[in-house]
Design a protein around this ligand. Structure first.
Ligand code: GRG
Length: 298
C-alpha cells in the first residue's frame, strides 16, 4: 500500500484517472467532432471516480503495475460514463442534470448522446484488447469476458431493464436487491476483480473473499445512493435530488424507511470489511474505500 493517507490517495487516483481518460479518449477537434466532444464532455471533469479507485485498491493488493491499472480503471470509468449518458436519456430516467452540468442529450442532442454512450462502450473494450493487462493471455481473455458479462443483460443493462420495469410497481426487498446487484453492483464487482487480475494471481479462496467484498460494497453503494437521493440537495449531488420518489420508483428508503436503510448500509459495510480479514494490512485501502463509499455525502 502507498504511504498516502486515504484522502491524499483518493485525490491522487481521481487526478490520475482524469489524466488517463483525457489521453485515451479521442482528442478534441478530431472528426466526428461533435461525437468526440460529447464523449469527452460526459467522461471528463466530474465524478467521484469510485470505480477507478476500486480498480487501483484491488490492484495494489496483488501488486499490479500502474500502467495496467490505468487502462483497466479508464475502461471501467468509460463504461460508467456511458451508463450515465444513456440512463439520463428521455426514454430512460429523463434527467437534465448530471455531475453538476446539463446531461449529454441536453448539451448536445439525443442522437449524439446515444452514440457517445455506444462509442464509450466500444472504446472501453478496445482498450482491454489493445493493452496487455495480465501476463497470461488466457487470464486477459477471462478479464474481458467478466467485464462483458458485467455490462450486459446479466449485469448492468439487465439491471437497468428491471429498474425500468419496476417503476410504479410494488416490488419485494429480494427483487430490489437483485435489481441493484445487476444495475449498480455488477460494474463495481468488475472494477474490483479487474484490478486484482491485473496483478499476480490470487487463489480461488482469496478471489472469493474479494468477490464477497465487492458484492457488499456494490449493494452498500446503492443503499447509500437511495439515502442521499432523499436527504441531499441537487447542488450537492450534482444531479436532480428526490428523483426516485417523484418517479414512483421502489428504493431502499421507500421499502425500508430512512433509518433502516442507513442501518443496512452499515451492516453491508461490516460484511465488506469482514471479507477482507484474510488479507490483513494488505486490505487496508479496500477497507478505507468501503468506508468512504458508505459515509460519502454525494
Ligand atoms: C443505461 C445500460 C444502462 C445502464 C444504466 C448504472 C445505471 C444503469 C444507471 C445510473 C443511474 C443511477 C443514478 C444509478 C444509481 C447508482 C449510480 C450508478 C450512481 C452514479 O454513480 P456515482 O455516484 O457517479 O459513482 P459519479 O458521477 O460520481 O461517477
Amino acid at each position: 500500500m502507498s504511504g498516502l493517507d486515504f484522502h491524499a490517495w483518493s485525490r491522487d487516483i481521481a487526478g490520475r484517472a482524469e489524466t488517463a481518460l483525457s489521453e485515451l479518449l479521442p482528442a478534441p477537434g478530431i472528426e466526428p467532432r461533435r461525437l468526440h466532444d460529447a464523449m469527452r464532455y460526459s467522461t471528463l471533469g466530474g465524478g467521484k471516480r469510485v470505480r477507478a479507485m476500486l480498480v487501483h485498491a484491488a490492484g495494489e493488493l496483488t501488486g499490479a503495475s500502474d500502467e495496467r491499472l490505468r487502462i483497466a480503471a479508464s475502461a471501467v470509468e468509460m463504461i460508467h460514463a456511458y451508463s450515465l449518458i444513456h440512463d439520463d436519456l428521455p426514454c430512460m430516467d429523463d434527467d437534465v442534470l448530471r455531475r453538476g452540468k446539463p446531461t449529454c442529450h441536453v448539451e448536445f442532442d439525443e442522437a449524439t448522446a446515444l452514440l457517445a454512450g455506444d462509442a464509450l462502450q466500444s472504446l472501453a473494450f478496445q482498450l482491454m484488447a489493445e493493452h496487455r493487462l495480465a501476463d497470461d493471455l488466457a487470464r486477459q481473455m477471462e478479464m474481458v469476458r467478466l467485464f462483458a458479462v458485467a455490462c450486459g443483460s446479466r449485469g448492468m443493462a439487465g439491471g437497468q431493464a428491471l429498474d425500468l420495469a419496476a417503476v410504479g410497481r410494488a416490488i419485494s426487498l429480494p427483487e430490489l436487491e437483485y435489481m441493484h446487484i445487476l444495475k449498480t453492483g455488477a460494474l463495481i464487482r468488475a472494477s474490483v476483480l479487474l484490478g486484482a487480475h491485473c496483478g499476480s494471481s490470487l487463489g480461488a479462496t482469496d478471489i472469493e473473499h474479494l468477490d464477497r467484498y465487492a458484492k457488499c460494497v456494490g449493494l452498500a453503494f446503492q443503499v447509500v445512493d437511495d439515502v442521499l437521493d432523499e436527504e441531499a440537495d441537487s447542488s450537492t449531488l450534482g444531479k436532480t435530488a428526490g428523483k426516485d420518489r417523484a418517479a414512483n420508483k421502489p428504493t431502499y428508503t421507500s421499502l425500508l424507511g430512512l433509518a433502516s436503510a442507513k442501518e443496512l448500509a452499515g451492516e453491508l459495510l461490516e460484511q465488506a470489511v469482514a471479507a477482507l480479514q484474510a488479507f490483513g494490512d494488505r486490505g487496508t485501502r479496500l477497507r478505507e474505500l468501503a468506508e468512504f463509499i458508505v459515509r460519502r455525502e454525494r
